[in-house]
Design a protein around this ligand. Structure first.
Ligand code: MTE
Length: 322
């Protein structure tokens, strides 16, 4: 992200052959716990990238209905060109500075307008939800993009378990606050901790996921270990990393980039090639990892998910609600 004052930053049915045999899923919880604990190998991944030493292999099935058919960026691209200001503002800083961050054990507090409040272990948050691989394009508001094979669970399925009340109109998320491990939090680049939010119908949309891995392996620290949000029709900054709190609210919650520069970053942050950022065009994007001549491609409305999500914003002026 870039801010003026401190410049810190097809669909197809799943073929039976692609589904992991049922027996493999029977003891998912134990497997998941093992896989999320550092360094333990689980079951196979779909892509042939090498596993880095600390990443755990996850068990998942590929969701072809919600996956792009484009080839993903390399593991190297995805894990070395990041925005995670808690570890520094340069693209290489998160990979360089996040080694001391400990994503296990991890718990998430669920609060606000819901019946089942409490603090839950990550394993508990994920239990009963088979992991899926979804190949999405991450379109950053800075007008670059990458294709990423995430592994995660549908956000809406997780949210329903905590039984939101009729007053729950929004969902707010918060990143962990650990300045001892996240050196960027010692500097007032943003208001810490990083916060984000979605309207409840957006959060319940089947495209929204909570990711725990990429390329079939647990999330590297720089990509938001151990749990992050992915809303592929929105700019990447909505994808809050290292989530420790989920709160159901009646009012629209504050969001980090909107607090920082409200005229530049709105609450909705839907990818929209016809609404420019005040300082640059959003009509095109640069594909990270491509050659100079084929790297600039047109940006698609809602990042290509117009058919799926346009109805969420029916009647809204998208120039006003950017
Ligand atoms: N979450 C936190 N907590 N802190 C951040 O700085 N950056 C956001 C988002 N989530 C950010 C964050 C931005 S601007 C983008 S584009 C994506 O993470 C980048 O995700 P990636 O590094 O996995 O590509």
């Amino acid at each position: 992200m870039l801010i003026r004052k401190s410049r810190p930053g097809d669909s197809a049915n799943i073929r039976p052959s692609e589904i992991t045999p049922e027996s493999v899923y029977l003891d998912r919880r134990r497997l998941l716990q093992a896989a999320l604990a550092a360094g333990v190998a689980g079951l196979g991944g779909a892509w042939s990238e090498p596993a880095p030493a600390q990443a755990a292999l996850l068990e998942f099935k590929r969701n072809t209905k919600y996956s792009l058919s484009e080839a993903p960026n390399s593991y190297e691209d995805i894990t070395s060109y990041n925005n995670f200001y808690e570890f520094g503002v340069d693209k290489g800083a998160p990979a360089a500075n996040s080694g001391r961050f400990k994503p296990q054990p991890w718990s998430v507090t669920v609060s606000g307008e819901c019946e089942n409040k409490g603090t839950f272990t990550l394993e508990d948050v994920l239990k009963d939800h088979p992991l899926e691989e979804r190949v999405y394009r991450l379109r950053c508001v800075e007008a670059w993009s990458m294709i990423i094979p995430w592994v995660g669970v549908p956000l809406g399925e997780v949210l329903k378990r905590y039984k939101p009340t009729s007053k729950a109109k929004y969902v707010a998320f918060k990143t962990v606050m650990r300045p001892s491990e996240m050196t960027g939090q010692r500097y007032p680049v943003l208001e810490w901790p990083y916060v984000e939010g979605l309207r409840i119908d957006e959060a319940m949309h089947p495209l929204a996921i909570l990711a725990v891995g990429l390329y079939g392996k647990s999330l590297p620290n720089q990509n938001g270990a151990p749990l992050r949000l992915i809303t592929p029709w929105k700019y990447g900054f909505k994808g809050i990393k290292s989530i420790v709190e989920i709160r159901y609210t009646e009012r629209q919650p504050p969001t980090s980039w909107n607090i920082s520069a409200p005229h530049e970053y709105g609450f909705f942050a839907n990818v929209n090639p016809s609404v420019d950022h005040p300082r640059w065009s959003q009509a095109r994007e640069r594909r990270i990892g491509r050659g100079l001549f084929d790297s600039r491609v047109p940006t698609l409305m809602f990042n290509g998910y117009e058919q799926e999500v346009a109805s969420l914003y029916k009647g809204m002026d998208l120039k006003k609600f950017y």
